[in-house]
Design a binder for this molecule. Structure first.
Ligand SMILES: Cc1cc2nc3c(=O)[nH]c(=O)nc-3n(C[C@H](O)[C@H](O)[C@H](O)COP(=O)(O)O)c2cc1C
Length: 417
């Protein structure tokens, strides 16, 4: 081969490598030993299908549908590690007792049979209880909103107990066959309350600065690792913002994540609070996730506002972000990823209206005929520019973006009727 031909060959090879090294959501990757058939995770969606130690038929059906439709890995909804009675969702998953292991084995087997992975999300809800729980645990003693009650600023014994509860629940998850556990350190549940300067007012070694605020999380990870061993997947979901001024800062986030990595976490899913109050239309945590991905040596997962295939492929290629979490689009269309894989790449119809979060159903699943059966006054809708204001049966007001505003058309809506 002449030297010119050789140089040309090398250039071609480089071009080929450059083109083929583009990331796409359909890449097969490994998270430690765990094989992932694509980069998509169904982000946690709290379930209320667990009663008297059994998952309901609808609960199994949901996971069956999701896992049959090309989502690589499912997170379960948040799952109680202890203090179940203080939790707001009657029927949420729980792993606070060994007796629940067999039921979760069935769930895991179902998902595995369908070719997907499943990771259980572990939570202690902290001060986020809506019931009259006797003790409401929190990092510090603070008044509970709308209630004539204070939280219990946790003692060292309380801290150790809850850390051990996380570790024991993780071991149960491993025994049930889950592919891993995710520590819920977001959304103002207990771990994120410790991470947030808004609530953590402690002046011992669990508060006062970023490193101390991360200590509870770090100790949980260490205790979980001791129980499940070094090969098991242990992940973290964390707030990148607390939705209010003086909440977790960028430095606080990076410090917590670096310490979590050192303690043995395998990936970090970045979330926050803004998706709850804002009608987000695009991945709101893309920038901070990309920044964080540069600061740690474990995969970063971007969740929140992902609706559009081209947009996420671009984000994957512009950053070190490895994985993508999606929740509401997959509530609306459980087969969205399958459609994308088949080349039907229309963006998700989800308009982030949060009807699923607040009322437990997707507006696109409500047939128009159901709406018509309801008294006219109950479902009066008024169009206000790009918003539609609707009166719900219980008298609450719901402000939705007009469907056409997010690229969905009135046709999508009519087809359902
Ligand atoms: C109905 C509903 C339930 C949720 N339950 C959980 C949960 O149990 N744990 C959790 O970390 N996040 C939960 N989330 C938040 C999602 O995992 C995700 O972070 C959020 O919806 C933003 O992503 P999206 O724009 O793809 O929906 C829930 C969201 C919804 C809409």
């Amino acid at each position: 081969m002449s030297s010119k031909a050789f140089i040309f060959f090398i250039l071609l090879l480089n071009l080929f490598l450059f083109v083929t090294s583009e990331k796409t959501i359909f890449d097969k990757t490994n998270l430690k030993h765990l094989k992932l058939k694509n980069r998509i995770f169904r982000a946690a969606v709290g379930d209320t299908s667990f009663h008297n130690g059994k998952i309901s038929e609808e609960g199994f059906q949901l996971y069956d549908q999701l896992s049959k439709n090309e989502i690589g890995t499912l997170f379960t909804g948040y799952t109680a590690i202890s203090d179940y009675n203080a939790f707001p969702d009657d029927g949420m998953f729980r792993l606070d007792k060994d007796e629940y292991i067999p039921e979760f084995k069935k769930l895991v087997n179902l998902v595995h049979k369908n070719g997907a992975n499943i990771i259980v999300q572990l939570v202690h809800i902290g001060m986020n209880t809506y019931t009259n729980a006797d003790i409401v645990y929190a990092p510090s003693e603070v008044p509970l909103k709308d209630r004539d009650k204070m939280t219990k600023g946790m003692t060292k014994e309380d801290i150790l107990k809850i850390e051990n509860d996380f570790a024991n629940a993780a071991l149960r998850a491993k025994k049930a066959g889950f592919d891993g556990v995710e520590i819920h350190g977001a959304h103002f549940y207990l771990v994120s309350e410790f991470l947030s300067p808004l609530i953590n007012k402690r002046n011992d070694k669990y508060g006062g600065n970023d490193e101390n605020r991360a200590r509870f999380l770090v100790e949980i990870i260490e205790k979980v690792r001791e129980k499940v061993g070094k090969d098991y997947i242990v992940g973290l979901k964390i707030n990148s913002e607390d939705g209010e001024e003086n909440g977790i800062t960028e430095e606080g986030l990076i410090t917590a994540c670096q310490l979590a990595e050192k303690a043995g976490i395998d990936y970090i899913q970045i979330s926050g609070m803004r998706w709850i109050s804002e009608r987000i239309k695009s991945p709101i945590y893309a920038e901070i996730s990309a920044k964080l991905a540069e600061k740690v040596n474990i995969p970063a997962m971007l969740t929140g506002g992902v609706r559009n295939l081209d947009e996420i492929n671009e984000i994957l290629n512009k950053s070190k972000i490895q994985y993508i979490g999606m929740a509401r689009p997959l509530i609306s269309e459980y087969d969205l990823i399958k459609k994308w894989k088949e080349g039907k790449t229309k963006k998700s119809r989800c308009v982030s209206c949060n009807t699923c979060l607040n009322y437990g159903y997707c507006i696109f699943h409500k047939k128009q005929s159901d709406m018509k059966k309801t008294k006219a006054a109950d479902f009066q809708s008024i169009k206000l520019g790009e918003y539609k204001v609707t009166y719900l049966p219980d008298g609450e007001l719901l402000t939705l973006p007009d469907l056409s505003y997010h690229g969905s058309t009135a046709d999508d809506w009519n087809k359902l009727g």
